[in-house]
Write a protein that binds this ligand. Structure first.
Ligand SMILES: *Cc1c(COP(=O)(O)O)cnc(C)c1O
Length: 831
């Protein structure tokens, strides 16, 4: 999308100016902390406690090509900085989003409701992406600003858009409707969220229905069977369908508990056909079936054939809520879910125990609130779940006799400990924990059980590498939207998934991707041992690995005749057929046969027993670099040519793949049947040109805690070889992390960590186990404060791309170097 600055000024009521002529921007940003793409317009929005204009300097420093702020801001633009001043920057953003939306003529489905919006949007995206080019709002963007960004991110060639819309106060929806202009709608339910803002469920219903007041007559609206909606339906001209009741929609005829967190649904479609859908949803979460049905109903109205919808729904995995899973150095596992405690999330948390058989299981529980008359029933259900998972010990706080008696009755060998005081509970739990335990902590945020998790971690480690799995999943969705419909996705998890732990990443993504990729067969051993059954592509097969490749049922890339013969022999010995891929070197200069040798190798493989020619691949050398685009086009052409040559010789290869992150982002013509994404799943960009092509989220954060602070007078040298001399009286803090952990000595020259919302520069040489930082300018700094070394965390951003550039390397190297000593903590945020 391209916005002409003179037009923007005109639309938003800014002074026209000759310097705007012929200038255009391609992106709009409102958060100066996030990295900017080239040609960005920064809009300075006021927050609850701050003026947006405060961030103008930072935005320009980061390369904003222009900015827009409130009339009364006192920022003085420097030479060459373009600043538009308008009465209301938020209104300007809404207007630009609305204008852009008006240029698109696609079906736009707006999703609102009190609960389940994000889940429904993700489910629909899963159902529809194999068939259409679907764009969705990212994460749970549903505020004014979030919706505006969602609209501005819609691609001109999208075929369908899914936009989530929330309301927190009366009167908001009219503005949102004007911006979104939905053609279709789904209302999930009318609950009690944001009840304070409205005062009654009637008012909540009235406000939500405003979103749909102007749906076109050829559009449709799906609503739940909710009497409160009745008064509002008459005014709507679009066709209205009531979920589960309308004969034109699918319905759930029966549901069954399959155990082990799976359920089966029997669905009847309007044509009379019946379908069985097995989903990875615990039967206890029957609430979720409604959302599932809403998604299937919308897909049906869009024309998706039932069989295809059911097949896609099988792949859907509902989010677990916000859970943090941590493996400590002594082998214990900590499941920290101390942020919410409604019945659904408590059952989800207990279910996590099932994933760790054979360990001692300890559940720390603060109970559930606000359940009214359902309270005894819901607590009894929790006790039953604990007994079913054979939990060994239950530690409760402030719960009285709600859970323990039922748990004791069902699980007589279990131990129970009660506490009334958080400090006592913490002291006991830290003592009670043994190496190898699984500890799960569950309670409401107000209970502050999170303290316990903090104490566990503090006892065991100082530096943590956080990996937000929810963001990784969002990145996967962003890739699916970026790719041609039907393109398969291989996620590269070589090198321990670039340091993030291959088993964790693969377990989390396995139902959502088509293939995983590793460099060597040995890397796949841990995957298979941990129950990963997905297809795995092995890039380089060594002669001694051939047996292993067959045993683990991997798909090897064959580069030469000798390995092909060994693979064939190994496969025939076990009576199996191995799917193999051939690699052709179109210019990478690493592996693969030259184009003129390919046909001979393909014929050889075809003639060998036990091998089936399944894939053809190549790899690009410079797809991240626009200056080398001619070379990349040449590689694409050579790949096409050899593929055509094989075909002409009567050799069919079903799966052709070439693109890694950079080419997948920048060269749609290089997508072929599958792309192989590594770095891009981690939301890191190989180059600025890739950043401009796709928008991803960074799920990674390397965080360390200050272990000492020392005062030095002016003129004192710091660390080895006196590379830094204090230029003033200074406060120097030490982070307990060094080049042994994967930092680089070179970071001492110019890198800063983020601490208490400010920058603290690294000073002097980084040591093997310690890193000095200058904290003189940071108020109230103390031992134990957490510093963000790189990545994104709690709204702070310290881009790994910038760090790599400073070091003179690429982000890949920075990530892969992180040593085992750094603890990995996985978070699943609700998305
Ligand atoms: C590493 C690798 C990839 C993934 O590269 P990214 O740039 O991380 O996406 C894909 N294909 C091959 C052959 C690779 O070696």
């Amino acid at each position: 999308m391209i916005f002409d600055l003179a037009q923007i000024a005109d639309r938003c009521g800014a002074e026209p100016s000759p310097e705007l002529a012929g200038r255009a921007v391609r992106q709009i940003a409102t958060d100066s902390r996030l990295p900017f793409a080239p040609d960005t317009l920064f809009i300075a929005l006021d927050g609850p406690n701050y003026r947006g204009a405060r961030f103008l300097g930072e935005a320009f420093a980061k390369g904003a090509s222009a900015a827009l702020c409130a009339l009364d801001s006192d920022y003085l633009p420097a030479q060459g900085q373009i600043l538009l001043r308008v009465a209301d920057p938020l209104e300007a953003l809404r207007r630009l989003a609305a204008d852009y939306r008006d240029t698109l003529s696609l079906p736009l489905i707006a999703i609102t409701g009190s609960n389940g919006k994000t889940m429904l949007k993700d489910l629909l995206a899963t159902l529809l992406t194999p068939t259409w080019r679907v764009n969705t709002s990212p994460g749970s963007f549903n505020s004014h600003v979030g919706i505006a960004h969602s609209l501005l991110r819609l691609q001109p060639d999208a075929e369908l858009a899914l936009i989530e819309v929330g309301v927190s106060a009366a009167g908001e929806m009219v503005h949102k409707r004007a911006m979104v202009r939905p053609t279709h709608g789904v209302l999930t339910n009318i609950g009690l969220a944001h009840f304070e803002g409205f005062g009654s469920r009637e008012r909540i219903a009235a406000e939500k229905m405003k979103l749909f007041a102007e749906l076109p007559a050829d559009g449709w609206l799906i609503v739940p069977p909710e009497p409160l909606l009745e008064p509002h339906l008459g005014a709507i001209t679009a066709r209205i369908y009531t979920l589960g009741k309308d004969p034109a929609l699918p319905a759930i005829r029966a549901s069954h508990n399959l155990g082990e967190g799976r359920s089966a649904l029997e669905l009847v479609y309007p044509d009379g056909s019946c379908h069985r859908l097995v989903v990875a949803i615990d039967y206890a979460f029957h609430e979720v079936f409604e959302t599932l049905l809403a998604g299937l109903s919308a897909a049906h109205l869009l024309g998706l054939p039932p069989a295809q919808a059911i097949a896609a729904a099988t792949r859907y995995q509902p989010p677990l809520g916000r859970i943090e899973v941590w493996k400590s150095p002594n082998g214990s596992i900590l499941v920290n879910d101390a942020y919410s405690a409604d019945p659904v999330s408590v059952r989800a948390c207990v279910r996590v125990f099932g994933e760790y058989p054979g360990r001692r299981k300890v559940f720390v529980f603060g109970g559930m609130g606000e359940l009214g008359e359902r309270d005894p029933y819901e607590h009894r259900i929790v006790a039953e779940a604990l007994a079913r998972e054979q939990v060994d010990a239950l530690l409760t706080i402030g719960l009285g006799a709600k859970v323990a008696p039922a748990y004791r009755e069902l699980c007589p060998q279990g131990q129970v400990y009660h506490f009334e005081d958080m400090a006592e509970l913490c002291a006991f739990a830290v003592q009670f924990a043994r190496a190898g335990d699984v500890f799960a902590i569950k309670g409401t945020r107000s209970l502050n059980l999170d303290q316990l998790a903090v104490q566990f971690k503090a006892r065991l480690t100082q530096s943590v590498y956080y990996i937000d799995l929810g963001r990784i999943r969002e990145n996967l969705m962003a890739w699916r939207q970026h790719l041609r419909p039907g393109t398969r996705v291989l996620v590269m998890i070589k090198a321990l998934a670039y340091g993030a732990d291959a088993v964790q990443i693969a377990s989390f993504l396995q139902t959502q991707v088509d293939y995983f990729g590793v460099a060597y067969a040995k890397e796949a051993v841990a995957l298979r041992q941990n129950g990963i059954t997905a297809e795995v592509l092995v890039q380089l097969v060594l002669p001694e690995d051939c047996e292993e490749v067959v045993r683990l049922d991997l798909q090897p890339v064959v580069q030469e005749a000798e390995v092909a013969r060994l693979l064939s022999a190994a496969a025939t010995r076990t009576g199996r057929t191995l799917k193999v891929h051939l690699e052709v070197d179109t210019g990478m200069g690493r592996f693969g046969v030259f184009p003129d040798e390919l046909l001979a190798l393909a014929r050889l493989v075809q003639g060998l027993p036990g091998l089936e020619l399944h894939g053809l691949m190549t790899h690009f050398s410079s797809a991240d670099d626009p200056a080398a685009d001619d070379f990349t086009h040449g590689q694409i052409e050579r790949f096409r040519a050899v593929a055509a040559e094989l075909e002409a010789a009567g050799i069919q290869v079903p799966l052709k793949h070439a693109a890694a992150t950079a080419a997948a982002a920048r060269f749609p013509e290089a997508h072929f049947d599958m792309v192989r994404i590594g770095l891009g799943i981690h939301g890191i960009y190989p180059s600025p040109a890739v950043r401009a092509a796709i928008q991803l989220k960074c799920p990674l954060a390397l965080v360390s805690r200050i272990s000492a602070i020392k005062h030095y007078p002016k003129g004192h040298p710091i660390s080895y070889n006196r590379q830094f001399i204090t230029p003033r009286d200074s406060l120097i803090a030490y982070l307990p992390i060094g080049y042994h952990d994967g930092l680089s000595r070179r970071w001492g020259k110019g890198w800063s960590v983020r601490l208490r919302g400010q920058r603290a520069p690294l000073v002097g040489a980084v040591c093997m186990d310690f890193t000095p930082i200058d904290v003189t300018d940071i108020a109230d700094v103390k031992v134990g404060d957490e510093a963000l070394i790189f990545g994104e965390w709690h709204g702070e951003v310290n881009p790994v791309e910038d760090l790599a550039e400073l070091e003179g390397t690429i982000p890949y190297e920075v990530l892969c170097r992180l040593s085992d000593r750094i603890q990995r903590i996985y978070r699943i945020q609700e998305i």
